[in-house]
Design a protein around this ligand. Structure first.
Ligand SMILES: O=C(O)C(=O)C[C@]1(C(=O)O)C=C[C@@H](O)C=C1
Length: 359
C-alpha cells in the first residue's frame, strides 16, 4: 500500500503543474491587457472600464461549475483585473478615510490590491483630489439601508463637475476583534457609537457584563484593541488585517440586511454597458403640478426610477434640488427622450453620470 507521503507528493506534483499553467496563462492575459491599454491610449479612451469588469465577473461566475466557490472566482479575478489595469495605467484612488473604514473596504473591493488607495479626511477632500487630477477616481458613501442618505455626498454634486462612474454595494458586516481572538479575554468593547448600536442585541446576549466604550471610528477602536489585549473592537475585516487582530466572532450586527451604497466619482462619463443606471440632479420651477410633470416622462416610457431625494438649496430658503436615479443609460433612446422632457420643465438640470448597475 502507498504511504500517505507518496500520495501527497504525487498530488502536489499535479498542483505544481497546474500552477505553472495558471501562471503562464496569467502572463498571456497580462500581455493582452497591455495591448488593450495601448489601443485605448491611442484613442484617448479611459483605461478603467467598470462595465467590462462586471461583465467579466458575471460571465465567469455563470459558467463556473465548481468546486471552486463562486465568491472566490470573483475575488481572484478582481485581483487579476486589478493587476492587469495597473499594467495599462497605475490607478490612484482617493477614498473617505481613515484607513480600515468601510469606505476603504469598498474601494478595495472595487479596485483590488494593485491600485494605490489614498485615505482623505473628508468627502470634499476626495472630490477635490479627483478634480485636480491628483487621483484618478474617488470613493465616497452615498446611502445606507439603516441610516439613509449621506447628504454631504449629494451636496458635493451641486458644486462639483465630477461624474459618477460606478456604484459599489457592500454588506456592512461588523466583526468582534482582539489580539488573542478569545471571548474570555474581553474586558471592554470599543467602537463607533453607530456600530455599537447596530450590534446591541448580540452584545446583550453574549457580553452583557462588559462595558461598552465609544470610539471616534471603528478603525480607531481596532487600533486601540491592537495595543491592549483586554480590549475588543467592533470593526471591519480590513481593520483586522491592518491592525493584526483576530476575529472573535464575525457578522455580529443585529440586522443582517445592513447595506451601504458607495459611488466611484471621476472626471469623464462612462460608456453604455446595456445594464446601466443614470443619476440626474435638477431644480424645477415652483408651479402647481410640477412634481407630477417631472415624473410623468419616465412612467410614460416605462422607465424604472430607483431613487428620488431632495436637498435644500443653501442659498434659497424652501427651495430644493432633486436627485433622481433611474434604470438605463443616458444614451438609451427612451432615457434620452425622457430626460429631455424632464429638462424642459427644469430651471437647472445636470446628468451626474450613467454607470453599470450593481446587483
Ligand atoms: O477590457 C478592457 O477594457 C481592459 O482594459 C481589460 C480589463 C481586464 O483586465 O479584463 C482591465 C481593466 C478594465 O477596467 C477592464 C478590463
Amino acid at each position: 500500500m502507498e504511504t500517505v507521503e507518496k500520495v501527497l507528493a504525487e498530488l502536489r506534483r499535479k498542483i505544481d503543474g497546474i500552477d505553472d499553467q495558471i501562471l503562464s496563462l496569467l502572463n498571456q492575459r497580462a500581455l493582452v491587457a497591455q495591448q488593450i491599454g495601448q489601443a485605448k491610449a491611442g484613442q484617448g479612451l479611459d483605461f478603467y472600464n467598470p462595465g467590462r469588469e462586471l461583465a467579466v465577473f458575471e460571465r465567469l461566475v455563470a459558467q463556473n461549475c465548481g468546486p471552486f466557490p463562486a465568491d472566490a472566482v470573483k475575488r481572484v479575478f478582481r485581483e487579476i483585473i486589478s493587476a492587469s489595469l495597473s499594467l495599462e495605467q497605475p490607478m490612484k484612488v482617493a477614498f473617505l478615510g481613515p484607513s480600515a473604514t468601510f469606505t476603504h473596504q469598498a474601494a478595495q473591493k472595487q479596485f483590488g490590491f494593485s491600485a494605490q488607495l489614498v485615505a482623505l479626511k473628508s468627502i470634499p477632500a476626495v472630490f477635490e483630489e479627483v478634480r485636480r487630477g491628483r487621483a484618478d477616481f474617488g470613493v465616497v458613501p452615498v446611502e445606507n439601508t439603516t441610516e439613509g442618505i449621506v447628504s454631504h455626498t449629494l451636496d458635493m454634486f451641486v458644486e462639483s463637475d465630477l461624474v459618477i462612474n460606478a456604484e459599489i454595494l457592500m454588506e456592512i458586516s461588523h466583526d468582534l476583534l482582539s489580539v488573542s481572538g478569545r471571548m474570555e479575554d474581553v474586558g471592554r468593547v470599543l467602537s463607533h457609537p453607530q456600530a455599537l448600536a447596530q450590534c446591541r442585541h448580540w452584545l446583550e446576549e453574549n457580553l452583557a457584563d462588559v462595558p461598552l466604550v465609544d470610539a471616534p471610528s471603528t478603525a480607531m477602536a481596532a487600533r486601540q484593541a491592537s495595543e491592549d489585549p483586554g480590549i475588543a473592537a467592533i470593526a471591519s475585516e480590513i481593520a483586522a488585517s491592518l491592525y493584526g487582530l483576530r476575529i472573535i466572532k464575525s457578522k455580529i450586527q443585529d440586522n443582517t440586511n445592513n447595506l451601504t451604497r458607495f459611488l466611484v466619482v471621476g472626471r469623464t462619463l462612462s460608456p453604455r454597458t446595456g445594464q446601466d443606471k443614470t443619476s440626474v440632479m435638477f431644480i424645477v420651477a415652483d408651479q402647481p403640478g410640477i412634481l407630477c410633470r417631472m415624473l410623468e416622462p419616465f412612467s410614460r416610457r416605462n422607465i424604472n426610477l430607483t431613487k428620488i431625494e431632495s436637498r435644500p438649496i443653501k442659498s434659497k430658503a424652501w427651495e430644493y434640488v432633486f436627485f433622481l436615479d433611474l434604470e438605463g443609460h443616458a444614451e438609451d433612446a427612451a432615457v434620452s427622450e425622457a430626460l429631455a422632457d424632464l429638462q424642459s420643465c427644469c430651471r437647472s438640470f445636470k446628468i451626474l453620470g450613467s454607470y453599470p448597475r450593481c446587483r
